[in-house]
Design a protein around this ligand. Structure first.
Ligand code: 0RA
Length: 649
């Protein structure tokens, strides 16, 4: 801060000195405590800069003045966001004498929305909506371009928001064009790293396009050659979003239900459809910001969905007087829904600020759903009946699962520990030092048994392909012997009953081949953990190990290379390497020495080579598990990047 002021006073043109001090004071707190404004200085905070700038353009679109936004990751590390809105006002601002309104927007905290003229309500995200001045404060350079009133204006800022000169007209605007372009280069002294991740940006932009029907958002990554623009534009908004989420699933019927309701200072839009699967996938947003922990809007929706469905089922006689009501969870089985609300001052609560706290929203969504979904059921009796039939099946499975679970509990009480017969357990009873290797097939299990450290390493061989829990209800799952073995070996229950404090091992390691079959079994296991023992994944207890593809000798030492890329890298580093490369067979054919060297002995450096690319694993699971469910995928990749770890020494 003091340091900045000095630097600024030294370099700024004299006429700008006085003004600059105010500006510096204005943005100083942001540079001093970036976390307060953007959450963190890690990757999340870094990407926040883009969301902030794009949000401003989206606001302009929501006000009806803009229908196209271009986001470009530049080869030099900058980001350019262009819109075709009205352009930030360029006139001299009354309050800040001598400064253009545009300069004020870029240099004064929270100045962005202050110019919004009346008429309609201005909605802006809570965490976002801190203003583009925050982006300026955290950039080493920012360039502003405005096309307005036939002129092209430019202004630049350096080292955290210091103007390098006033806003200037540099030429005519392109034929009748209006709009704003903000290009910024994040400050490397503030952020831990300043490289943007294209996938993160793309997924977010796509969601923004879904939530703002008709808005065209284009993305280009100029950092890699030959990448075409990705264009997101959805005529039907969140209806398209629901279709997109269900694309890799089998939908129960073709139609997507949609309704909306506007009241003086808030509005809600809901789209929903069911698939033949068994999991619910409800995504909610407030002012375009994902509310991953739900909140008032979701509560209102869930309550009304349960009421409306039971009412309809009784009205039509599908549920008889003697029948119990369907539970919410029965009705939500296979449901994909988007709930998007807009309101004036959203309150984001909870630890991760992912929960909407505004109470009036609950009533709005509940009333809207009660009324409009009842209408939709009346207008679409065939679909309504399919939903109810599916809910009834879910209710039956729920009852069956309860007795199956009771049975499992009784059984394990009788069998003492109730451990599965094929588990080769370790002798330690301390979960913190115990590891469970889940190994595909009996022969691999045999080698693993010989290679292990019997004190801390347990082996559970499983038959080729376990049940795909994505396609099975819980009652069926509980009858499956491989699943039973997993549940009892891990020892902490299942689904709602899962208690992570009871797990018998703090490392649960999936050991499967690098081939297609191995990848399939790994995916099935990860799916099982993700769906039925989520706390295991979230707590970082799940690991993935994979044997390397190659070995070669360097002198007398055997070196293992994970894949073709590792082999190529090794050859590049050792151009004079003469020894042959051994292509290792699958786990089943590896002898215990090889297995020990590559996957199970933490004393050996080569252990590192079992790790496969994190992103590849995440993608593999995601594509099977979540299909195109971008939001879920993103969450999972984040969880996964942190929590599905790779054996490390
Ligand atoms: C304040 C007033 C007006 C437009 C904007 C701000 C505006 C800001 C941004 C930020 C990115 N793109 C933007 N586009 C517009 C409207 C002033 C008027 O013409 O009445």
């Amino acid at each position: 801060m003091a340091q900045n002021s000095e630097k600024k006073v030294e370099t700024a043109p004299p006429t700008y000195e006085a003004d600059d001090i105010t500006v510096l004071e204005g943005l100083e707190p942001v540079r001093k405590r970036p976390g307060m404004y953007i959450g963190s200085t890690g990757p999340t905070g870094l990407h926040h800069l883009i969301w902030e700038v794009v949000d401003n353009s989206v606001d302009e679109a929501m006000a009806g003045h803009c229908d196209r936004i271009d986001v470009t990751l530049l080869a030099d590390g900058g980001v350019r966001v262009t819109d075709n809105g009205r352009g930030i006002p360029t006139g001299i601002h009354k309050k800040y004498k001598g400064k253009s309104a545009a300069e004020v927007v870029l240099t004064v905290l929270h100045a962005g929305g202050k110019f919004g003229e009346g008429g309609g309500y201005k909605v802006s995200g809570g965490l976002h909506g801190v203003g583009v001045s925050v982006v300026n404060a955290l950039s080493r350079r920012l360039k502003l371009e405005i096309d307005r009133d036939g002129d092209h204006h430019e202004m630049e800022f350096a080292d955290g928001g210091n103007p390098t000169g006033p806003l200037k007209v540099t030429g005519p605007a392109p034929r009748g064009r209006t709009g704003t372009t903000v290009t910024f280069w994040p400050d490397g002294t503030i952020f831990e790293e300043i490289e943007f991740r294209a996938q993160t940006v793309v997924e977010r932009l796509q969601i923004m396009a879904f939530l703002n029907k008709g808005l065209e958002i284009r993305f280009v990554d100029e950092r890699s050659a030959g990448k075409d623009a990705q264009i997101f534009k959805y005529k039907d908004g969140i209806v398209d979003f629901v279709r997109h989420l269900n694309v890799s699933k089998e939908s129960l019927f073709r139609k997507v239900a949609y309704f909306e309701r506007k009241e003086d200072d808030m509005e809600v839009e809901v789209a929903l459809q069911w698939n033949t699967g068994f999991y619910e996938s409800i995504h909610s947003f407030a002012n375009g910001i994902s509310t991953g922990d739900g909140g008032m809007h979701e509560d209102g929706f869930r309550t009304a969905l349960t009421t409306v469905t039971n009412k309809y089922a009784r009205l039509k006689g599908t549920l008889k007087e003697k029948d119990d009501n369907l539970l919410g969870e029965d009705i939500r089985e296979g449901l994909t829904a988007i709930i998007s609300v807009r309101l004036q001052e959203p309150q984001f609560e909870g630890q991760t600020k992912g929960k909407l706290g505004n109470t009036p929203v609950r009533s709005l969504v509940q009333r809207a759903t009660n009324e409009k979904l009842a209408e939709w059921f009346e207008e679409n009796p065939r679909e309504a009946n399919q939903i109810i039939q599916k809910s009834i099946m879910a209710a039956r499975a729920r009852v069956a699962a309860r007795s199956a679970r009771d049975l499992t509990r009784r059984k394990s009480a009788l069998d003492g520990a109730g451990l599965p017969g094929k588990l080769v357990d370790c002798s330690s009873r301390d979960p913190r030092q115990s590891e469970l290797f889940i190994v595909e097939g009996n022969s691999a299990g045999g080698s693993a048994k010989d290679a292990r450290d019997p004190k801390t390493q347990a082996i559970l061989p499983i038959r080729g392909k376990i049940l795909n829990v994505e396609r099975a209800r819980i009652d069926k799952m509980l009858k499956n012997t491989e699943i039973q073995a997993l549940i009892s070996a891990i020892g902490a229950g299942l689904a709602d009953d899962f208690d992570v404090s009871k797990i018998r091992y703090h490392k649960i390691i999936i050991l499967a081949d690098a081939d297609v079959d191995g990848s399939h079994i790994r995916t099935l296991l990860l799916t099982f953990f993700f769906r039925q023992m989520k706390a295991l994944v979230e707590g970082g207890f799940v690991y993935v190990a994979q044997p390397p593809l190659y070995s070669t000798l360097v002198g007398k030492e055997k070196i293992y290379l994970k894949d073709d890329a590792a082999k190529a890298a090794f050859l590049a580093e050792h151009p004079n390497h003469k020894s042959d490369f051994q292509r290792l067979k699958g786990l089943g054919e590896m002898d215990f020495g090889e297995l020990k060297d590559t996957t199970m002995d933490r004393g050996q450096r080569s252990l590192l080579q079992v790790a496969v690319e994190q992103a590849a694993i995440a993608d593999e699971v995601c594509s099977v598990l979540m299909g195109e469910d971008v939001e879920l995928r993103r969450n999972f990749i984040q969880t996964n990047a942190k929590d599905v770890r790779f054996l490390d020494i």
